[in-house]
Design a protein around this ligand. Structure first.
Ligand SMILES: Cc1cc2nc3c(=O)[nH]c(=O)nc-3n(C[C@H](O)[C@H](O)[C@H](O)COP(=O)(O)O)c2cc1C
Length: 435
């Protein structure tokens, strides 16, 4: 196992929704997105590519910040409609055997008992391949759908800390050896090893024990993408995969160093947590094809993709970017109720939206080339930054795009010995810790 090897995941930024509707190569997605086939084919392709995991975004609203209404999102089938990705996990688990499957579940809108039971079920249905993208949810409209109000940004992470503590207590409420399965003695479960937790925290109470066996992996794999100070602290405390969206080598490196410092201060071994960089490369057949694809990408960045991205930033920051003054300092738009990291990230690029707009996308580095050229650049970036791998992202998720990555880029990475060429383990966590 070479020390230069890294991990690969794919981030489904539009969740369990109509992927890339109304784009060339979108096939029959408008009719079929609610069926599992597209996602099953994709999971199998990524398993063929030996990816570590596939990860589904989720949210609890029809966004209405951009343009002050739901029109933009509904008209474009963008981020709505959206099904619950947790329901897709068992289907993907049943039709694959090695790839990790990550669903987003919000600590603000689940109860720890409910989530602990769901995650245990999903981890068994996938034979230990379930991962939980822990989010605290930042949009007040989500709270309104639950008839409540959002706690303040940092409080949401305090609540999430206690949430994870209680979920773990519930998973641990079944001691090792509690499942006996002794037919002769007539004992399925040893009830003396299944104990109440009697948890009384600041935010939650639960008597326990959990009414099902603990997850296959003990706990699901924790994935997190907090970018703010408090979010990073939460990630460094719990996460086993952290998503980095910081742009450029220096920021990527600084992010990873910061996470490692925090982990070391807490006594956690940084090798237990993989920092993965959002990555959306242009992959082409040859130089001419790459140039043509770059032209299309650049045009989309200033039109359709730019608007999709802006609407997403509106959703997460609570700021209507459809009317933003391109020359107004972004600092003036800072609010408490949005994702703090979003604004900070934008301001790292430039002081106003006019500076930032051409760079708004879902990649930490702009990379383009043939599969082998892209693989080579990924190797160089990893050597310079010292990271643990990449999370493929971007608005284009079509069968063609999946083939470019799974059947073009991945084989090139394998030829260079940069990613695994076959799975030697079984569970998601084992694959992450393999190197
Ligand atoms: C790749 C990635 C995936 C994310 N997925 C979700 C998601 O599915 N649902 C959600 O509510 N937030 C999601 N977020 C938002 C993060 O959980 C986090 O709230 C955000 O990065 C801002 O950081 P902060 O909460 O520390 O301010 C995602 C962020 C990134 C970068």
């Amino acid at each position: 196992m070479s020390s230069d090897m890294f991990h690969m995941g794919w981030f489904m930024a539009n969740g369990y929704g109509a992927q890339s509707w109304n784009r060339t190569w979108d096939g029959t997605i408008a009719r079929d997105w609610m069926k599992p086939d597209f996602f099953v084919e994709m999971a199998r392709a990524l398993e063929r590519a030996c990816f570590d995991f596939m990860m589904f975004e989720d949210s609890l609203i029809i966004p209405d910040t951009y343009g002050g209404s739901t029109e933009f999102n509904l008209r474009n089938g963008h981020r709505a409609p959206k099904n619950d990705p947790a329901t897709l996990i068992p289907v993907l688990g049943y039709t694959t055997s090695k790839i990790g499957l990550v669903s987003t579940l919000s600590t603000t809108f689940y109860h720890p008992f409910h989530l602990a039971r769901l995650a245990a079920s999903l981890d068994h249905l996938t034979d230990g391949r379930f991962g939980w993208n822990i989010v605290t949810t930042s949009n007040p409209a989500a709270a309104a759908n639950y008839g409540t109000e959002l706690p303040a940004h940092d409080d949401r992470y305090d609540i999430a800390d206690e949430f994870v503590e209680l979920a773990e207590r519930l998973w641990d409420s079944w001691e090792p050896g509690s499942v006996v399965m002794d037919e002769e003695a007539g004992v399925f479960i040893d009830h003396t090893k299944v104990k109440p937790v009697n948890f009384e925290g600041q935010y939650y109470k639960s008597a326990g024990p959990l009414n099902t066996q603990p997850p296959f992996q003990g706990y699901p794999v924790y994935v997190q993408a907090g970018g703010s100070e408090r979010g990073r602290q939460f990630a460094a405390t719990h996460a086993e995969v952290i998503v980095c969206m910081a742009k450029g080598v220096d920021a990527m490196k600084a992010f990873r160093d910061d996470i490692h410092n925090r982990m070391e201060k807490m006594g956690r071994d940084p090798r237990c947590c993989k920092v993965l960089y959002l990555f959306d490369p242009v992959v082409g057949e040859n130089e001419t094809d790459v140039r043509a694809k770059l032209e299309i990408r650049d045009a989309k960045r200033l039109s359709v993709d730019g608007e999709l991205t802006l609407s997403g930033y509106s959703d997460t920051s609570g700021i209507d970017l459809s009317t933003i003054d391109l020359d107004e300092p972004l600092e003036n738009y800072r609010r408490e109720d949005g994702h703090l990291a979003v604004l900070e990230q934008l301001m790292q690029v430039g002081p106003t939206m006019r500076d930032v707009l051409p760079t708004l996308d879902m990649t930490t580095m702009d990379v383009a080339g043939t599969p082998d050229q892209v693989a080579g650049q990924m190797e160089e970036i990893m050597q310079e930054v010292g990271g643990d791998g990449y999370l493929i992202s971007g608005w284009e998720i079509t069968r063609r795009r999946v083939a470019e990555i799974a059947d073009g880029l991945a084989p090139a990475l394998k030829r260079r010995g940069l990613i695994r060429d076959g799975y030697t383990k079984d569970t998601f966590r084992e694959h992450l810790l393999e190197y």
